[in-house]
Design a protein around this ligand. Structure first.
Ligand code: NAD
Length: 353
């Protein structure tokens, strides 16, 4: 039996997590698998009920389970709380406590939505790569940091073990895909990047089948937009990954389509990259695909069932090709359906496959 902790959170979080939970239940039935899905309060919902965004009980449950599925947190109601009490602080604490040092963001284009991107269809069609961003080190955490009247400063620092573990994970991921890895750095200017690059090449010796390429971050930003199909797996440090994973995601379509996985040595958390969308919360309008695709990543990474991940993606693709669109991905004239209707369609395609 696999144990999943579900943290629906706030705004559209509960709606999209409910859809994704129904997908898991349908898969359990289809493949004769057993899941225990335990729901816990998190974010504003938890603050209202318990006076804390992340209770000790929720944290403990996340540490005990095989995988965490998160919706989204935050909203206007909790915006004016002190910084350390805000939902974002709880999210950072959760990631840190679970030791989630690697963030996976797939950039996959669905054929049915190829026209929705700002890029030309012929450039985009067939794009399917993953950005792996180091999540708990680098300039976002390095000391010293600060500013005064005359200057501001941050420190980009990586320990050897921090680079080694993410780079190994990236080579492993490349081995499971097309065996091509691009490591993105700024080794021509930053010593910290040269250090990163040296370690990447050391570890490459253990993965001789993987074709490795180094790329400077400025060139990478250009290449992702110019010819995204050239990439298979990208690995990069925290700062560069923050920016490049957003670019990579957005060339493929709407916020409502983009899943993510944050992985550590022991724990893993899966979540859509969008927020709680207070403007459409409670209206059954939210696109659940990002969360359902996050479940697909859960099947691959936490349960080692790549076949089910592919089944989920195929069911999403089929549903889109049948013309189902939530409001965020609809063009004028499209048939706009609700969160539950598009989830029903995905489930029925899953059952039929
Ligand atoms: P947002 O992602 O919630 O929404 C941006 C726009 O995209 C909105 O118009 C929204 O309606 C739309 N949108 C987002 N997801 C959608 C979906 N699944 N289906 C259809 N439309 C969708 O970003 P925001 O408005 O900047 O933030 C709202 C709240 O969410 C804030 O409190 C913010 O702090 C929080 N937030 C949380 C997370 C998280 O939980 N990981 C991430 C980002 C923002």
């Amino acid at each position: 039996m696999f144990t999943i902790v579900s943290l629906p959170g706030d705004g559209i979080g509960p709606e999209v997590v409910a859809g994704a939970t129904r997908v898991i239940q349908a898969l359990a039935e289809k493949h004769d698998l057993e899941f225990s899905i335990e729901e816990h309060p998190f974010g504003g919902a938890s603050y209202d009920a318990h006076g804390e965004m992340l209770t000790a009980e929720t944290l403990e449950a996340c540490k005990e389970c095989d995988a965490v599925l998160l919706g989204a947190v935050g909203g206007p109601k909790w915006e004016n709380l002190p910084h350390d009490k805000k939902p974002e602080a709880a999210l950072l604490k959760l990631r840190k406590e679970l030791g989630l040092f690697a963030n996976f963001r797939p950039a996959k284009v669905y054929d049915a939505l190829v026209d929705a991107s700002s890029l030309k269809p012929e450039i985009l069609s067939g794009t399917d790569f993953t950005v792996i961003r180091e999540l708990t080190g680098g300039i976002y955490f390095g000391q010293p940091r600060g500013y005064d009247e005359s200057k501001g400063w941050n420190t980009m620092v990586y320990e050897r073990h921090e680079v080694e573990r993410i780079v190994r994970l990236a080579f492993d991921a490349a081995m499971k895909r097309k065996k091509r890895l691009v490591s993105i750095d700024k080794a021509n200017v930053l010593e910290c990047s040269q250090f990163w690059r040296n370690i990447v090449h050391e570890i490459h010796k253990d993965f001789p089948e993987v074709e490795l390429q180094d790329m400077y971050v400025d060139n990478a930003a250009m290449q992702i937009v110019r010819d995204p199909k050239q990439f298979d797996v990208i690995v990069t440090k925290n700062l560069f990954g923050d920016i490049l994973s957003d670019i990579s995601g957005m060339i493929t379509g709407s916020l409502g389509m983009l899943p993510s996985a944050s992985i550590g040595t022991i724990h893993a958390l899966y979540e859509p990259i969008h927020g709680s969308a207070p403007d459409i919360a409670g209206q059954n309008k939210a696109n659940p695909i990002a969360t359902i695709a996050s479940v697909a990543m859960m099947f691959e990474h936490s349960f080692c069932m790549k076949n089910i991940k592919e089944e989920i993606y195929a069911a999403i693709e089929k549903t889109l090709s049948e013309g189902f669109r939530t409001v965020d991905i609809a063009n004028p004239g499209d048939r706009v359906v609700s969160t539950t209707a598009i989830t029903d369609a995905i489930i029925s395609n899953l059952k039929a496959s």
